[in-house]
Design a protein around this ligand. Structure first.
Ligand code: SAH
Length: 298
């Protein structure tokens, strides 16, 4: 059993604590927002490389199952469900996108474990449980007009126009594609940007119905104004503060989920809802540790 399975569960977050706009609204300084569920233990979606390497050696390959088998993937989906991921669209996306296509050949036997894995250039693919929890938070944004009910037009695309910062290997972008009308994903490392493009091409060869994702090579700290405003914004890297561009590019009714630094120098997951009148509501959702958000491109 992976060691993380024995840790106390932190997700899903108590959505009643994060979903309803504060009475009176208003933009709340992040530092003054009470944390609804700040866990004492830091959630590490992207382990440092030496830990990812340790995990690589520790986890055993699923026995007797083809690595590209939908069966192995379904076991991951069942684990996510057991952890409280209950949004049908999110579970469906995880059941559809083959994670093993996004990791190096030498690591495919760990692809369906709940662990981060190295993807090159000092970066890692995030843990499925953290990715699922963040995407689910976006899917249940209070500003979603059409409820996610079968038969309601648009209900299968709860992420609307979605911006991802930190494409990495492209796995999360592929998941978002199943839940969004459009996904724009930005990566600052040129080689990873190209790797994600080739991974997504490979995905379309295997799963021809995979939605298209727009990949942008650039500095995600400035967002991507040409496709703004976004109904949902998700960041896979955390900086000292939320870039103003992200807030400016968030549509009314939209939600942003991103790691950011807290006043003690740690990292917390922050949820920002832009209310219908344009004001912002910030909520904290627990301690995390993502790779750093860096400016510029390489
Ligand atoms: N979502 C990714 C996780 C990648 S890790 C996946 O599924 O694999 C986070 C990524 O954020 C890294 O690739 C890192 O290069 C990128 N990143 C960090 N700062 C960035 C910035 N300012 N703009 C765009 N990408 C950035």
């Amino acid at each position: 059993m992976p060691p993380d399975d024995r840790k106390p569960r932190r997700f899903p977050l108590q959505l009643d604590q994060v979903a309803s706009p504060r009475a009176g609204g208003g933009r709340t300084p992040i530092g003054s927002t009470p944390a609804p569920r700040v866990s004492r233990e830091v959630l590490r979606p992207q382990a440092p490389l030496h830990l990812a390497e340790r995990d690589r050696q520790r986890y055993t390959a699923p026995q007797g199952l083809g690595l590209d088998s939908a069966h192995v993937r379904m076991r991951m989906v069942q684990r996510l469900q057991a952890e409280g991921i209950n949004h049908a669209g999110v579970l469906q996306a995880f059941a559809t996108v083959p994670r093993h296509l996004f990791v190096d050949t030498a690591l495919v036997n760990q692809a369906y474990e709940d662990t981060s894995l190295p993807i090159g250039l000092g970066q890692t693919i995030s843990k499925p449980s953290v990715v699922a929890a963040m995407i689910q938070l976006l899917c249940v944004r209070p500003g979603l007009i059409q409820s996610d009910v079968p038969g309601v037009p648009g209900s299968t695309k709860p992420l609307g126009n979605c911006l991802e910062i930190g494409t990495g290997c492209g796995y999360q972008a592929a998941l978002l594609g199943h839940l969004a009308r459009r996904v724009v994903s930005i990566e600052r490392l040129r080689d990873l940007h190209h790797k994600a493009r080739s991974n997504l091409d490979q995905l379309r060869a295997v799963v021809p119905t995979s939605p298209d994702v727009r990949l942008v090579y650039g500095d995600g700290m400035i967002g991507h104004a040409p496709s703004a405003p976004y109904d949902t914004i998700i960041a896979a890297a955390g900086g000292a503060a939320l870039p103003q561009a992200w807030l400016d590019q968030l549509a009314p009714g939209g939600r942003l989920v991103a790691p950011t630094q807290d006043e003690r120098g740690g990292q917390v997951l922050v949820i920002v809802d832009r209310l219908a009148d344009g004001r912002f509501q910030h909520t904290r959702a627990g301690a995390v540790l993502f790779v750093p958000l860096k400016s510029g491109t390489t």
